[in-house]
Design a protein around this ligand. Structure first.
Ligand code: AMP
Length: 298
């Protein structure tokens, strides 16, 4: 496994390894969720590249860029054990040299949810992902369903800009109690860690209501809200029951949909502060079935 921190050295190392490439973009502090993407990429391609880059342009001024957890040595030992070919680990100056001034803006689907709560976030995400695609030149790139809106934004960008890459979405990996794995879980102290599965419980309650026939977006949101508000250590940023394609909220009068939940799918999602970290999670109902992720470590 080679670790490269400049664009030129990465391209030279990649050119020496012909075949089909899979790319897994990450911000490091790797956990089993990230590794599941790497394993899938290994299985489906001749070679795999993993990028580790805490991208400053996707963090707002009051967000946790400086505090974001980092442990490069541990990340590299995990990736080495999975036999990854190349790791791209650039500095911010390599990605954004002086006089840098070009950004990618995906429009409608970034207006809601994370895009509404974190202005500029998806401009930073789309920009860095477009750059990584151009630097790496992989045939496929792997993303987690955990960041549901991100998958929609990236797919939109790839289609709109005719980028020659296939996007593969992988299931959310969860701890045994349902907490979605996240690098930010490391911010949770013991009490908040105990409270954190409340997101999973809220999503499960709304899913159960949906499965019993509930089709009113307001009701689904209020079910999720009720579960979270019963946990004193949790503070809601947003809860959403949205059309999975447009990300517009379902069942708001006058409804943008002729009939709620008749679209291609439903995305139940939320952002909740549990002590220090702001946690996000989602369940997706698509093609008549739920994508709720996978419990591991149980
Ligand atoms: P990050 O390092 O947080 O930017 O995440 C890098 C990639 O890993 C993104 O595509 C995430 O959606 C994905 N990812 C993060 N957490 C999980 C998880 N628990 N299960 C599956 N994929 C994940």
């Amino acid at each position: 496994m080679q670790v490269l921190s400049t664009i030129e050295s990465f391209r030279a190392a990649k050119a020496a390894l012909p075949g089909r490439w899979g790319l897994v973009p990450t911000m490091g502090f790797l956990h089993a969720g990230h590794l599941s993407l790497v394993k899938r990429a290994k299985a489906e391609n001749d070679h795999v590249a993993v990028s580790i880059f805490v991208n400053p342009t996707q963090f707002g001024p009051n967000e946790d860029l400086a505090a974001y957890p980092r442990d490069l040595d541990h990340d590299l030992s995990l990736l080495k054990s999975l036999d990854v070919d190349l790791v791209f680990n650039p500095t911010p100056e390599v990605m954004y040299p002086p006089n840098y001034q070009t950004y990618v803006t995906v429009e409608d689907v970034t207006k809601y949810l994370e895009g509404a709560s974190r202005p500029g976030h998806f401009r930073g995400v789309a920009t860095v992902v477009a750059k990584l695609f151009n630097i790496v030149g992989a045939e496929r790139a792997y993303f987690g369903q955990k960041d549901a809106q991100q998958t929609i934004v990236i797919k939109r960008m790839v289609a709109d800009l005719n980028l020659p890459i296939q996007i593969v979405i992988c299931p959310t990996l969860r701890e045994a109690d349902g907490l979605a794995m996240s690098s930010r879980n490391t911010y949770l102290d013991a009490d908040h860690r105990k409270a954190a599965p409340v997101l999973y419980r809220a999503l499960t309650a709304a899913k159960n209501a949906f499965d019993q026939g509930e089709r009113d977006g307001d009701q689904l949101r209020s079910i999720m809200r009720g579960v979270i508000e019963a946990e004193p250590l949790a503070k809601i940023d947003y809860v959403s029951a949205a059309d999975a394609t447009t990300l517009q909220e379902l069942g708001i009068a006058p409804s943008p949909q002729p009939s709620p939940l008749k679209g291609e799918g439903v995305l139940l999602s939320m952002a909740v502060r549990v002590g220090k970290p702001r946690l996000i999670d989602n369940f997706l109902y698509q093609d008549g079935k739920w994508l709720t992720g996978e419990l591991v470590n149980s």
